[in-house]
Design a protein around this ligand. Structure first.
Ligand code: ADP
Ligand code: ADP
Ligand code: MG
Length: 669
């Protein structure tokens, strides 16, 4: 076995590989770009070497630099992860030339499967079923159009060198063919430097079912069953699960054997995935083979009790496969959700930023390679920690959330629970979307096909429900607590004001779709909180966290629990598995400005009183906030110009005041 390996990747997969290496007593060398100097993968490896600027072309794709680092650090082998150099046959060759082991298949197998067209020709010979189509060399537009007409519409055009769902075009009718061909070729040459295309029948309501295969150098090749990756958007996987719902033992064996035949046809060694497209009746066709570890490999690990990275390392070191086909079996059900920094409401636009708050669900009973997991297992594979950023340079994946259950129902329940516990502040994530997706009747009943997301837009993007009283109460109490708490609290505002009589105050909490005006009356043992025509007596029964952000409230006769996180002017409430974002412009933040203007006791402009912070007879210090008024959609704080005692408060909350109106009378000390 190797004593040191280099991991030529970043993010979660680099951390994932490092975890197994560590468990096996193998030292790890990380490589990183300037953008990743503080990245998690750098921290979890034993050594780390900078290889260049942020753009992947100048760092993670620099085969020459990576090989030089491996040689300089004494690594014996290179694990390429997925993406980047993982399916680059020249890199595999270059490793061999430098005397390094490439932890992946032989370069010849990568090459054979690198072109979808050539791979299909090979598979045809190996007797693996293919989607009806044309995958030959003739790229003449008229010829290809004739082929498409013959195949029958709808037809799918694919870039032969393609990947990541790029370059694909669905064509509905012959008249659209030429335009689609031109745009497919344009995208193919831009993305892959090769404009060769293939055409195939576009299947209706198909499922994406793939088989994990593994081969060693001794001639053994096994399949570790299937993964259903039908839930996709724009031909990219969103949820993956194993086993595939509705799979029969006979079909599993047929698909597994076809996948093993595909691997053997190209002299495969290591981990690979044979992707099939399947009809609802179960008939299946070869789509492509990914000659690497797949993003969704954990669901296979969860149901087979294996560590596929350990298998990769063993095979690369010349050892036989740890298990034979007969020793492999399926236990339970596993689902993976890809947690992305993106905004589903805005067309899944990637979201860039810092993970200000990153609370992950509790990983339960999960141990890599620790055999079959106990029920309620939850595993999180992530390359980022709280405080880390998602940069524009790389894939915006935050984490993979993987759950296990004894059956699909239990796995689904565990996924729902895990997603409900996941809290992210600082950038947009797809968590709420994933929650709706797994709860959707189509997914819950396993009515799967690649159009599931498209077809269920109404369920997946429902009308927005305004924040509830409990959520608004949590936000309000958190704001009140922050103002009262000590200086160690970053939310704290320094304008200490006292409450020695019944005072009222209003908070404006704004959602994307409307404003809530929360009226708080101070009571001896809590508050009366009123909003949107509802009101309830609230008292804080428990708070924890530093800064305090877990709150238990008694609200009327309910108990309300939640986490409230403040990020600049946004207040994020996590309660009952729901994330609500409220905008709150802190009036106290303007107090300083008012003071610098001379701390007027008259209204600087016409407006409305939104908070009365002092009462008659109260002693105040210079700069203390006395009143808050709202004018021109902004809040203005009226602060004490000097130490003194409040003589009279002339207005109450919600009163309109004219410009120049005296607001309170005040006796100087
Ligand atoms: P496929 O659908 O072909 O199996 P996957 O969804 O498994 O692809 O994702 C793998 C591909 O996604 C890689 O080939 C790469 O292009 C891209 N990718 C996703 N995340 C990353 C990452 N963190 N680093 C590099 N490439 C990534
Ligand atoms: P990539 O290399 O981008 O992963 P694939 O050939 O694996 O490309 O196809 C990606 C996805 O496109 C599949 O998972 C499936 O959803 C869809 N797809 C591919 N071929 C077909 C087809 N013939 N009919 C219908 N959908 C298809
Ligand atoms: Mg694919």
């Amino acid at each position: 076995m190797f004593s040191k390996i280099l991991i030529a990747n970043r993010g979660e997969i680099a951390c994932r590989v490092a975890a197994t290496a560590r468990r096996m007593g193998i030292k790890t060398v990380a490589v990183y770009s300037e953008a990743d100097a503080n990245a998690k993968h750098v921290a979890v490896c034993d050594e780390a070497v900078l290889i260049g600027p942020a753009p992947a072309k100048e760092s993670y794709l620099r085969a020459d630099k990576i090989i030089a680092v491996a040689l300089a650090t004494g690594a014996q082998a290179i694990h390429p992860g997925y993406g980047f150099l993982s399916e680059n046959s020249e890199f595999a060759d270059a490793c061999a030339k430098a005397g390094l082991v490439f932890i992946g298949p032989p370069a010849s197998a990568i090459r054979a499967m690198g072109s979808k067209s050539a791979a299909k020709s090979l598979m045809e010979k190996a007797g693996v079923p293919l989607v009806p189509g044309y995958h030959g060399d003739n790229q003449d537009a008229d010829f290809l159009q004739n082929e498409a007409d013959r195949i029958g519409y709808p037809v799918l055009l694919k870039a032969s060198a393609g990947g990541g769902g790029k370059g694909m075009r669905v064509i509905e009718k012959s008249a659209d063919f030429k335009d689609a061909l031109a745009s497919c070729k344009r995208e193919a040459i831009n993305s892959f430097g090769d404009d060769k295309v293939l055409a195939e029948k576009y299947l209706q309501r198909p499922r994406h079912i793939e088989i994990q295969v593994f081969a060693d150098t001794k001639g053994n090749c096994v399949y570790l069953f299937e993964r259903d990756c039908s839930v996709q958007r724009r031909h990219q996987k969103v949820l993956e699960e194993a086993p595939a719902p509705g799979m029969t033992a006979a079909r599993r064996a047929a698909m597994g054997e076809a996948a093993v035949a595909a691997a053997k046809a190209v002299g495969y060694v290591g981990a690979g995935t044979v992707e099939f497209i399947a009809n609802q009746d179960g008939s299946f066709y070869f789509m492509e083979m990914n000659t690497r570890l797949q993003v969704e490999h954990p669901v296979t690990e969860m149901i087979t009790g294996t560590d596929l990275v350990e298998w990769q390392l063993r095979v690369a070191a010349g050892q036989p496969l740890p298990k034979s086909q007969a020793e492999l079996s399926i236990n339970g059900h596993s689902i993976e959700a890809r947690v992305y920094a993106e905004n589903p409401e805005k067309g899944f636009l990637p979201s860039i930023g810092t993970l200000q708050h990153n609370h992950t669900p509790t990983a339960v009973n999960f141990k890599l390679g620790g055999g079959v997991n106990a029920p309620a297992s939850c595993r999180i594979d992530s390359g980022v920690r709280e405080g880390d950023s998602i940069s524009p340079f790389y894939d915006p994946m935050i984490a993979k959330l993987i759950v296990w259950g004894k059956d699909r129902t239990e796995a689904l329940a565990n996924m729902a629970q895990a997603l409900a516990q996941y809290q992210i502040v600082g950038l947009s994530s797809n968590i709420a979307f994933l929650q709706r997706l797994i709860a959707s009747p189509a997914f819950a009943t396993a009515d799967l096909d690649t159009g599931l997301i498209e077809r269920n837009q109404d369920v997946l993007f429902p009308a927005v429900v305004p924040a509830s009283l409990p959520v608004l109460a949590l936000a309000t109490v958190a704001l009140l607590q922050a103002e009262q708490s000590g200086a160690s609290d970053p939310w704290q505002s320094s304008h200490g004001w006292r409450m020695n009589s019944i005072l009222q105050r209003s908070f404006k909490l704004e959602e994307e779709h409307g404003m809530h005006e929360v009226i708080v009356s101070y009571l001896a043992d809590g508050w009366e909180i009123g909003v949107n025509g509802m009101s309830a007596k609230a008292s804080l029964t428990h708070r924890s966290g530093n800064p305090a952000h877990h709150f238990n409230l008694k609200l009327g006769d309910q108990t309300v629990t939640g986490t409230v996180v403040r990020n600049a002017e946004m207040v994020h409430v996590f309660s009952q598995g729901q994330h609500t974002q409220l905008h709150y412009a802190d009036p106290m933040a303007h107090a300083g400005e008012a003071e610098s203007e001379g701390g007027r006791l008259t209204a600087p402009m016409p407006g409305k009183i939104v908070a009365v912070l002092v009462s008659k007879g109260q002693e105040v210090k210079k700069g203390d906030a006395l009143l808050i008024m709202e004018a021109m959609k902004m809040e203005h704080t009226i602060a004490a110009p000097h130490d003194g005692v409040v003589d009279e408060v002339l207005y109450a909350i919600a009163d309109q005041v004219a410009e120049g109106a005296p607001l309170l009378s005040f006796k100087q000390d």
